[in-house]
Design a protein around this ligand. Structure first.
Ligand code: KIV
Length: 253
């Protein structure tokens, strides 16, 4: 049997970016709660709210009508009670999302099963779960020792049994991600999880080099975005200051 082509995801948060992704060969867009950090400048994803995610997912869906759009359930949005959880999901789905992503393992299985049984596709998220950054003691690789790795593997099976259609694995050793991928019938999507997952995801701004100070081991940048955009802005400012912009071509007779 031929090996399946890896699945490609990228994060997206706004209409203009979504239009570019829509025109690309990327398979799907994750409206991540990383929006709180990348777009809003917070230190963690804990500051993401339903209102924030709704605004981002609606803009992305308007810009990328041809792509699968998955949206993050923000911090604690599914931990109050079932009524509040479903109201939050209702808003996100009506904003245009095709699926939701929920961080965490065994403690979240019941609510995930309920959401899936309600007809909502759910992507799981294990390994480094940034909403628990304070409990995990920082943004660091998870599942390095045998017991921790086994625990993530068991959680992955529980999430698959609960009905998740895919599983995101963040910052786990490549061999653990490979083991999990072999065990599951659902696809795994990795970020900092090595080459053996069913697909990969990166944060849009990171892969385009918009944040030159951020150089984690798992990241590859495909553009010097920060420098290119900065020099375009500098060129514009120089043209204005020296009277070269606007010229006759950009002026009305
Ligand atoms: O919120 C996010 O951007 C994520 C990353 C792991 C891609 O979940």
């Amino acid at each position: 049997m031929a090996a399946r082509e890896p699945i490609t995801l990228v994060t997206g948060y706004d209409y203009t970016t979504a239009q570019i992704i829509n025109a690309s060969t990327i398979d799907a867009i994750l409206v991540g709660d990383s929006a709180a950090m990348v777009i809003h400048g917070y230190d963690t994803t804990i500051n993401a709210t339903i209102e924030m995610m709704v605004a981002h997912v609606a803009a992305v869906c308007r810009g990328a009508p041809d792509k699968l759009v998955i949206v993050d359930m923000p911090f604690l949005a599914h931990r109050h009670d079932q009524r509040h959880t479903m109201a939050a999901i209702d808003t996100l789905m009506k904003a245009g999302a095709n699926a939701v992503k929920i961080e965490g393992g065994r403690a979240h299985v019941d609510i995930i099963r309920y959401i899936v049984d309600s007809g909502i596709p759910v992507m799981g998220h294990l390994g480094l779960t940034p909403q628990s950054v304070h409990q995990l003691g920082g943004f660091r690789v998870q599942g390095r020792d045998k017991i921790a790795g086994q625990s993530i593997l068991e959680d992955s099976k529980l999430l698959a049994e609960a009905g998740c259609f895919a599983l995101l694995l963040e910052l786990v050793p490549a061999l653990l991600a490979q083991r999990i991928t072999k065990h599951l019938l659902i696809p795994t999507i990795g970020i900092g999880a090595g080459p053996h997952t069913s697909g990969q995801v990166l944060v849009y701004q990171d892969l385009l080099g918009m944040n030159p100070g951020f150089k984690p081991k798992f990241l590859r940048t495909y553009l010097e975005g920060f420098e290119l955009i900065k020099s375009a802005l500098d060129n514009y400012a120089t043209d204005v200051r020296t009277g070269r912009f606007p010229g006759p071509k950009e002026s009305f007779k």
